[in-house]
Design a protein around this ligand. Structure first.
Ligand code: AHR
Length: 491
């Protein structure tokens, strides 16, 4: 039996809606085909941006969208992506398959996409191969309301009013694809570049420094020590995948042993958030600087037949479980972790939407984001969980992951049951609140390998959940094997 006590009368911070952020890079079929089809396409679109994908994303209330990379960001030159499309210079996308990028999707198209899906823009600038001047001018081009050569250039390209640009990243993975820098060197570069990222015309830009990959605690230490006072956010990247160079395994064909290993890797996020957070606490005890997990998710071998450099993968109930566990962890660390961006929105890695020509399919991960959106901007409620473990091979894994929040008198509880072999009973007590009614939805499929295809798009979908019962002030829940549920409790 699993027991949860929710402290409904406590809760000292809000779960930032930006925890439900996305990331779209110029990689494979993520931008081109996935989001951008061009104005003349047969696929219905608004100013070149495909309408079916926009409608699906809008439903998720994606708080923020990070663009243009990723590794691509540090070789992107924004001036190539403005002006009449036919006249835009092409470039080689040397990180992702050596394909030619025609720059048809650039700054104007990105802001348009953000407006269409209802997300705030988060641009990642080029430190690795770009100049300070280039970065300064990009911000001015986007945000300056007055008369300056760059604001006039923006107007000449059809945008009179400046855009709001709330988040700007100063480089991406600068220890690797973003320039192979040492932390000391990057910290100095960060100090220099950020100086010229100006707050113009009332637009306050949150400046986001490139943080560590995984367990690179030294990077966090050096960055916080040398530049912590000059940043609003520090990034963390972590993928639930085997070490580089090892076989990543197939997205849809895997054993229960591999399922267990993936969940174990996913749960490492808890330790990463705690330990990077502890370092940040030393330099920033008031938690002014946000920890921003702007790349996370699963990473499998590409689907057979797909271009291996395009990182196109299917997504199963296993990925859905990773999403649920990770979002619960973000909630628990939500005082410090205030933005996260799943990699990546469409057709790349742990995508929420997959496309094939005019067809689209929603992945199981999409449905987890849908189930969890009730937590956006709600007050985090601490909970105590005493749960069972289950074993797979030599591994022991916690059967239940949970988090709760409150808004307008409603309490939302998200539960992930990881054990694929048996159902789980959970007894939930509320401290400091009473519930009169419960309703919920569930994501569940017969196997953890279950996934949606273009021919069978609804194999894994949300359904009403009938397994929760209120009796004598207690909530009793019976969860099917490997399932994800969100319950809403009302007085
Ligand atoms: O998301 C794919 C890649 O993973 C990104 O471009 C890079 O930042 C990370 O290594």
């Amino acid at each position: 039996m699993n027991r949860i006590v929710i402290h409904a009368d406590q809760g000292s911070f809000t779960l930032n809606r930006n925890l439900y952020g996305h990331f779209a890079e110029h990689l494979g079929r993520g931008i081109y085909e996935g989001l951008w089809v061009g104005e003349d396409a047969a696929i219905p679109n608004v100013r070149g941006i495909r309408s079916d994908v926009v409608a699906a994303l809008r439903r998720l209330r994606p708080a923020v969208l990070r663009w243009p990379g990723g590794c691509f960001a540090d070789e992107y030159h924004w001036r190539d992506g403005i002006g009449p499309r036919a006249a835009r210079p092409a470039m080689l996308n040397s990180h992702w398959g050596g394909v030619v990028e025609n720059n048809h999707f650039g700054t104007h198209e990105f802001f348009d996409l953000c407006e269409q899906i209802g997300a705030e823009p988060y641009i990642c600038g080029n430190v690795g191969s770009g100049t300070v001047r280039e970065m300064q001018e990009w911000v001015e081009y986007c945000t300056f309301a007055g008369r300056s050569p760059l604001a006039e250039l923006r107007r000449a390209h059809g945008r009179e009013q400046p855009w709001r640009l709330p988040y700007f990243g100063i480089g991406n993975e600068n220890m690797g694809c973003g320039g192979m820098m040492r932390p000391e060197y990057y910290a100095d570069e960060y100090r220099r570049y950020q100086t010229y990222v100006r707050h113009l015309s009332g637009n306050r830009v949150s400046k986001i420094a490139c943080g560590p990959n995984g367990a690179n605690y030294e990077w966090t230490e050096v960055l916080m020590k040398r530049a912590g006072g000059l940043m609003d956010g520090l990034t963390l990247h972590y993928y639930a995948m085997p070490p580089w160079g090892e076989d990543k395994g197939r997205a849809t064909e895997f054993s229960l042993e591999e399922y267990g290993r993936t969940l174990e890797r996913c749960l490492v996020m808890d330790e990463l958030l705690a330990r990077h957070g502890t370092i940040m606490d030393r330099y920033d005890p008031k938690k002014r600087v946000a920890l921003i997990v702007d790349e996370w998710g699963t990473w499998w071998e590409p689907e057979p037949g797909a271009n291996p450099d395009f990182l196109f993968q299917q997504s199963t109930m296993r990925d859905a479980m990773v999403a649920a566990l990770t979002l619960n962890l973000f909630h628990h660390h939500g005082a410090r972790v205030r933005m996260a961006n799943i990699a990546q929105t469409v057709n790349v890695l742990q995508a929420v939407v997959l496309t094939d020509g005019p067809r689209i399919v929603l992945s199981p991960t999409y449905h987890v984001f849908d189930l969890f959106q009730v937590h956006q901007d709600a007050t985090y409620l601490p909970l105590h969980l005493a749960g069972d473990d289950w074993e797979i091979g030599s591994r022991k894994l916690p059967a239940i992951s949970a988090s709760a929040s409150r808004r307008d008198g409603r309490i939302a509880l998200s539960l992930a049951h990881t054990d694929p072999g048996r159902e789980a009973r959970v007894e939930v007590s509320l401290r400091g609140a009473e519930a009169g009614a419960v309703a919920g939805r569930i994501l569940h499929a017969p196997t953890v390998q279950a996934h949606n295809t273009f021919d069978r798009p609804d194999t894994v979908r949300l359904r009403p959940f009938a397994g929760a019962r209120l009796s004598g002030g207690r909530l009793e829940v019976t969860l099917p094997p490997a399932s994800v549920v969100t319950l809403e409790l009302t007085p």
